[in-house]
Design a binder for this molecule. Structure first.
Ligand SMILES: NC(=O)C1=CN([C@@H]2O[C@H](COP(=O)(O)OP(=O)(O)OC[C@H]3O[C@@H](n4cnc5c(N)ncnc54)[C@H](OP(=O)(O)O)[C@@H]3O)[C@@H](O)[C@H]2O)C=CC1
Ligand SMILES: Nc1nc(O)c(N)c(N[C@@H]2O[C@H](COP(=O)(O)O)[C@@H](O)[C@H]2O)n1
Length: 245
């Protein structure tokens, strides 16, 4: 697999900034206003026109073109942690580092976090994240065992997890099950912003689809606000914030 460095024009940065956490030099909250610091969660993934992340759960499918791929690698530099589900770790053997050409220090890399309740991810020195950490091109991964992201009772645990990662911001890349579980969360507690790359292609039936459960009864429809659409090469990048219930 090619491990090229990616150029990302500085002119593409300002339109993304409103959807990103404050730069790490700026404190996330004013402690006198809020004693429990807020963690910024960005949900970001690439999808086809029919909402597929990949052709099947066992397949890695390249959807982003070079421009939007570089955009994703910029986002990786702007978060303390990058989180994926264990199926993604197993299937994709992802690097989960940033390969922007401007990277000069490990401090600019996010901490990979793998949600792996049952310990299914069988990593070794051939795993990209492990190899890159050994080469100082990425941080060593954290593997979270036990259910971590669901349920009222786990809210505190989730906050503590990110604090232990040393972070105030996390970007969740996928896969489908992780994204759908976040979008199913009542009152949209967790997702602060959404940055989705839409590629001009249809993957057809049978793919891993982003489609959270339909909201019933009094619950308002899940919808983005403060929306912007930004072209990146042949792809379009949709940014927004989730309207909280
Ligand atoms: N286009 C894109 O941007 C992206 C595409 N992908 C693609 O997505 C596909 C994989 O997606 P998918 O099959 O849905 O799997 P996921 O990567 O979402 O991993 C699913 C597993 O993660 C664990 N998990 C999921 N949700 C939670 C939670 N809330 N708390 C704790 N653990 C959780 C479970 O492990 P267990 O079953 O062991 O309990 C579950 O089986 C791959 O094909 C990959 O290439 C992935 C990321 C981005
Ligand atoms: N932005 C984006 N576009 C695509 O087309 C993708 N398939 C993905 N997948 C995500 O990126 C991970 C791979 O990262 P590395 O290049 O190996 O660092 C993959 O595991 C998905 O999380 N993303």
């Amino acid at each position: 697999m090619s491990r090229e460095t990616l150029p990302f024009p500085t002119s593409s940065i300002p339109p993304l900034e409103p959807y990103l956490p404050p730069p790490s030099s700026i404190p996330a909250t004013n402690p006198s206003q809020n004693p429990s610091p807020k963690i910024h969660l960005t949900l970001t993934y690439a999808t086809s026109l029919d909402a597929s992340l990949s052709l099947s759960p066992g397949t890695r499918t390249m959807l982003s073109g070079p421009h939007s791929k570089a955009m994703t690698h910029y986002l990786r530099t702007r978060h303390d942690a990058i989180l994926v589900g264990c199926t993604t770790a197993i299937v994709d053997n992802p690097a989960l580092n940033s390969r922007l050409e401007t990277i000069s220090s490990l401090d600019q890399q996010p901490r990979p976090v793998i949600l792996d309740p049952k310990g299914r991810w069988d990593f070794d020195e051939d795993s990209q994240v492990i190899r890159l950490a050994a080469e100082w091109k990425g941080k060593g991964p954290w593997v979270v065992v036990g259910r971590g992201l669901e349920g009222e009772e786990n809210l505190k645990e989730r906050g503590e997890l990110l604090e232990r990662v040393g972070g105030r911001s996390v970007m969740v890349e996928g896969g489908g099950e992780v994204i759908n579980s976040l979008l199913a969360e009542p009152e949209n507690r967790w997702v602060d912003s959404v940055i989705v790359t839409v590629a001009p292609t249809w993957l057809g039936k049978g793919g891993v689809v982003v489609s959270p459960p339909r909201r019933e009864g009094q619950q308002p429809q899940l919808r983005l606000r403060d929306v912007s659409w930004q072209p990146h090469g042949e792809d379009v990048v949709l940014c927004g914030r989730i309207l909280r219930d």
